[in-house]
Design a protein. Structure first.
Length: 320
């Protein structure tokens, strides 16, 4: 029994040793396998990194080449643009001094009203030019006039020749059976129209146009006297220098503020009083003047912007 037991015990010990040896061998093999896997992964990562570096390097090189190309093209375009700008300036200078260009007219100096006809023929040769010295005898007009002006925003500009207030659509002049739309009104100092040879301090011209394209001007003579409320509102925003139209925030005006209660008038067929002096303009010069203070006259930025009176050439002046 003992020998058998001992033999059994030895046999069992051998088996345990063999088992331990096998486990050790498996462990070593597992470690080797892990190492191999890690090394393989590292090799793959390295290969990918090398490949990406090559690709990125090639892309960066391509981009640098494109940037160089674009920079050269941009420089060439800038040089071409600068050349075109220079050529344009030279062309504008030639146009400015060419015989066919329209000169800048004015009320004094080289292009004063006496010279307008040289550049604008109608100003010199027209037979129905404005303004006129209004004096009798007068014929009775067969029309009456009235205005239907609306309150609107103050849109003002200095166009280099006068102060002009533009008017939104909706304000009208009714003269007999004809209706005209008010476009704008502007000012002259002194008045362009004379009454029996005498000027007023200023005049406001209200310019209207019919749907058929005919022009009608209502002239309001302005004498020194009491301050005018409408002019006071406009004068607050007088642009001192030439520039584009300005819409004054929170300022609304009613053009009727310059109109008298009675719309008695003198009327004649005339022209624009500025170049190109187009004829076919119907004038209604109101008999009742408005007033403004001496200070308001002095605040007007133009000291002289009135065309002298023109020959009547047999035209009738009516009154109504």
């Amino acid at each position: 029994m003992v020998l058998r037991t001992g033999k059994w015990c030895i046999s069992r010990s051998n088996r345990l040793g063999l088992l331990l040896k096998s486990l050790t061998t498996l462990k070593l093999r597992g470690e080797c396998m892990v190492r191999l896997i890690i090394e393989f992964v590292l090799a793959v990562v390295l290969a990918v990194a090398v490949t990406l570096a090559a690709v990125w390097g090639s892309e960066a090189k391509r981009q640098r080449k494109e940037i160089t190309t674009y920079t050269a093209a941009l420089k060439a375009a800038e040089e071409k643009l600068e050349k075109l700008e220079t050529e344009n300036e030279e062309l504008q200078e030639k146009i400015k001094h060419s015989a066919g260009s329209a000169p800048h007219w004015g009320y004094e100096g080289e292009m004063n009203p006496a010279k307008w006809g040289e550049a604008f023929p109608t100003c010199g040769t027209g037979k129905a030019q404005a303004p006129l010295d209004i004096k009798g005898p007068f014929e009775k007009s067969d029309v009456t006039i009235k205005v239907d002006y609306k309150m609107g925003p103050l849109k003002i500009l200095n166009n280099g020749h006068t102060i002009q207030v533009n008017v939104d659509p909706g304000s009208k002049l009714i003269a007999g059976d004809k209706t005209y739309n008010l476009l704008q009104f502007h000012f002259h100092r002194p008045s362009e129209e004379l009454i029996d040879g005498k000027p007023s301090s200023m005049v406001a011209h209200f310019v209207h146009k019919s749907d058929e394209g005919n022009l009608a001007v209502v002239g309001v003579l302005i004498n020194e006297g009491k301050e005018n409320a409408l002019l006071k509102q406009i004068w607050k925003h007088l642009p001192p220098k030439k520039g584009p139209e300005v819409t004054v925030a929170d300022a609304r005006i009613d053009p009727k503020g310059l109109m008298p209660l009675k719309m008695n008038f003198y009327s004649y067929e005339g022209s624009l009083t500025t170049p190109p002096c187009t004829e076919g303009v119907r004038f209604y010069i109101l008999k009742t003047p408005a007033t403004l203070s001496k200070e308001q006259v002095e605040q007007f930025p133009f000291k002289l912007n009135a065309r002298p009176v023109q020959p009547q050439n047999g035209r009738k002046i009516t009154e109504g």
